[in-house]
Design a protein around this ligand. Structure first.
Ligand code: ATP
Ligand code: MG
Length: 522
């Protein structure tokens, strides 16, 4: 009986082992399939040129150089024979670079629409995966697809995600992906009319091999728009919006120096939202004004300050405004407010009269003087400083650092050597640089103290007006400053030179220049 029981188990085993084996293999195959499915899949997006909703050249304004450059590529792809007949070859790559929001992705969309060529778009971020080799294979696939449909354009957005210098980090997956991209752009199998376009924010961080001719041989800087460009961008973004008679886009453009296309698009949208909220039927100048403040300064907050805090904020802003009104090298004050907005408790809005591309050392110091004006005013009036100047101080140290390291505007003898060699800089070199930065900030701080002490009455007047009205517009500011002329700076006799001469006179002790310094450390 016993015998027959084990026999039957054995028989069962031999008869069914094949079935079990197959079942087992199915289970393994199932799990493999599940794992494969979990691997993220991204396909290059192919954008058909006929798509109706796409962007045309007309919808992009203010970036004419970039547009011209891309038009050339588009022309090439439309009629390659004309160029081939002259022995010209299509540029391998066009790299759009510039600050965020200047319209790089938008330009690529327009190229997709206008070129008539096949357009493949993929974000560089989607190449980098935790699975080794996946990025490289995606690049291969992207180029394979594009070559099949040549003439074609490949657009890789946010190239920084894979294009960073090799060797800077050890994520070998990223480097493999980059290597594959280098090979595809300029390897044995690079044939046909395939143009690679890419967008990046920081050219300096990209691998030099990407930038050499034969790969991204055209690099187009997409800069923030100038005043004419801004007006045209505003025109584009107000196309579908009813504008009131009082809205002057040229004026809005003049006041929005430094804003990018994306900021301006946002500004127009905010103005329209505000108009809708107050149930108006056309956008007014006031809508734009409010939207502008919202975009640059943030949303009005409900923070309630006590009476003393309010006084401190009023004097702080008055300090900024007074310095800005007195100094020649800075933008005029457009508005001062002590209504909290965003993270700021109060703000002073300075707007440039025109776009500027060069700044002098004096102007940068004046700029720092204005930034420090708030804190210095607190010190002069209340004898103590508050935490309200955090942002100003941060900006002062940024300016001072840039002055020393980027523009060689320091005071020491080493000022002619701007570029730092990173790790190989000596301790001494860094210490001198630190001191130079400090000295520049002290110079600004001394200037602010001098100005505000000399004009103490105006400071009080500003602060009292602010406490009473909370907001001062350009007209109010001009009224307060009536009779006090802006200082002048004449060639060879700059403001600062005058101050230095005065400091050398016998009864103006030289220690004044260094009185604001902490005790010297060894
Ligand atoms: N030159 C311009 N003309 C019209 N609109 C613009 C322009 N530049 C930017 N915009 C607006 O800003 C939005 C964002 O622009 P876009 O996506 O092209 O910026 P980007 O340069 O690619 O920025 P990022 O570097 O952050 O990717 C656009 O959708 C558009 O509404
Ligand atoms: Mg973009």
């Amino acid at each position: 009986m016993q015998q027959s029981w084990t026999d039957s188990v054995k028989n069962f085993g031999t008869e069914w082992s094949g079935v079990f084996m197959i079942l087992f293999m199915f289970i393994i195959a199932f799990f493999l399939w599940r794992t494969l499915k979990m691997m993220p899949k991204t396909k290059p997006v192919q954008i058909k040129p006929e798509v109706k909703s796409s962007i045309g050249w007309d919808e992009i304004a203010g970036v004419d150089e970039a547009k011209d450059e891309l038009r050339e590529v588009v022309e090439f792809l439309r009629d390659p024979k004309r160029f081939h007949a002259l022995g010209a070859r299509v540029p391998a790559g066009v790299l759009l670079h510039g600050p965020p929001g200047t319209g790089k992705t938008l330009l690529a969309k327009a190229v997709a629409h206008e070129s008539g060529a096949q357009f493949f778009s993929q974000s560089a971020a989607s190449f980098v995966e935790m699975f080794a080799g996946l990025g490289a294979s995606r690049i291969r696939r992207l180029f394979r697809e594009a070559r099949k449909h040549a003439p074609a354009i490949i657009f890789i957005d946010e190239l920084d995600a894979v294009g960073g210098r090799r060797g800077s980090d050890n994520s070998s997956e990223r480097e493999q992906t980059l290597n594959q991209l280098l090979v595809e752009m300029d390897g044995f199998n690079s044939t046909g009319d395939v143009v690679v376009m890419a967008a990046s924010n920081l050219l300096e961080k990209l691998d030099p091999a990407l930038l050499r001719p034969g790969r991204f041989d055209r690099q187009v800087f997409v800069s923030p728009p100038d005043v004419v460009g801004r007006e045209r961008i505003l025109g584009v973004h107000t196309r579908g919006k009813p504008l009131g008679a009082g809205v002057d886009l040229a004026e809005v453009a003049a006041r929005t120096s430094g804003l990018t296309g994306a900021d301006l698009a946002n500004l127009c949208n905010e103005a329209a939202i505000r108009c809708a909220r107050r149930a108006g039927n056309e956008l007014t100048g006031d809508d734009f004004e409010q939207a502008f403040e919202r975009v640059v300064a943030g949303v009005q907050s409900r923070r309630v300050l006590n009476a003393h805090e309010k006084r401190v904020v009023a004097f702080h802003e008055a300090g900024h405004a007074l310095c800005a009104e007195l100094l020649p090298g800075v933008d005029t004050v457009h508005k001062i407010s002590i209504i909290p907005r965003g993270r700021a408790l109060g703000y002073t809005l300075n707007l440039p009269d025109e776009d500027r591309y060069l700044k002098t050392r004096e102007e940068l110091i004046d700029h720092m003087t204005v930034l420090l004006g708030g804190r210095v005013a607190e010190q002069i009036v209340f004898g103590e400083v508050t935490t309200g100047a955090t942002d100003d101080l941060k900006r002062v140290s940024e300016v001072a650092r840039a002055m020393v390291y980027d523009y060689a505007m320091g005071t020491a003898g080493t000022a002619q050597r701007a570029v730092s060699n990173g790790d190989t800089d000596s301790e001494q070199f860094r210490r001198i640089r630190d001191e130079e930065q400090q000295e520049l900030a002290y110079e600004a701080s001394r200037a602010a103290t001098e100005l505000l002490t000399a004009q103490r009455e105006k400071l009080e007047e500003f602060a009292l007006a602010l406490l009473e009205h909370e907001v001062l517009e350009r007209d109010d500011i001009a009224r307060i400053m009536r009779g006090v002329p802006r200082m002048e700076r004449r060639p060879g006799r700059g403001l600062r030179v005058v101050a230095a001469v005065a400091a050398q006179e016998p009864d103006a002790p030289r220690t004044v220049r260094t009185s604001a310094r902490p005790p010297a450390k060894d």
